[in-house]
Write a protein that binds this ligand. Structure first.
Ligand code: SF4
Length: 94
């Protein structure tokens, strides 16, 4: 079964709405992040969330990240990958 880690997530004992706070609901977002912080599978969740975010519009809090956070992380990763490719081409003036 793929993503077996999901059954071990700390979020399973909380209402789903906790991980889908309304815009501006910092209190619920803070609660979700504190739950994620203690979650035994947050690394798997983080990797999954970033992977999925490249394919679909993944909403909600995953591993303490919001959709906005994930977009920013992926943009930064993309920039780093582009820079690495540029360096691989050996086009950097010495
Ligand atoms: S890190 Fe957060 S969203 Fe991910 S499985 Fe754990 S509690 Fe759920």
């Amino acid at each position: 079964m793929p993503n077996q880690w999901m059954s071990k997530g700390a979020c399973k004992d909380w209402p789903t709405s906790t991980f889908f706070p309304e815009k501006g609901d910092h209190r619920t977002l803070k609660l979700a992040r504190s739950i994620c912080e203690e979650c035994p599978v947050k690394t798997e969740c983080y990797d999954y969330a970033l992977e999925e975010a490249t394919i679909i519009e993944l909403l909600g809090v995953w591993a303490g990240t919001t959709q906005k956070c994930r977009t920013r992380i992926l943009k930064e990763k993309g920039r780093r990958a582009s820079r690495a490719k540029y360096h691989d081409l050996d086009l950097v003036p010495t």
